[in-house]
Design a protein around this ligand. Structure first.
Ligand SMILES: [Zn+2]
Length: 86
């Protein structure tokens, strides 16, 4: 009983958006990467957040590489996130 209570209490807080962003970029220090991955395994909410961050950054990278396509690509990226339907 005590163990279950302790597990609940010791659940780490959600990593911030900044942390997830650095994680996607692969710039997170090793210790924080391990902690973030550990958290992501048990937290569907953060898995969603990571996926959205990943998708957004991918769209931004494409936009940076192909400025001519930037508008359409970013639009498509935002549309796929939902809530930006014209
Ligand atoms: Zn979380």
């Amino acid at each position: 009983m005590g163990i279950l209570v302790d597990l609940t209490k010791s659940r780490p807080p959600h990593p911030s958006e900044d942390i997830l962003e650095e994680y996607v970029f692969g710039r997170l220090p090793e210790v924080l990467t391990a902690r973030a991955e550990e958290h992501l395994l048990i937290c569907p909410a953060c898995q969603d957040a990571l996926e959205q961050t990943d998708r957004f950054i991918s769209a931004m990278k494409v936009a940076a590489q192909y400025p001519a396509l930037a508008a359409t690509t970013v639009d498509a990226g935002l549309s796929s996130l939902g809530g930006f339907n014209a």
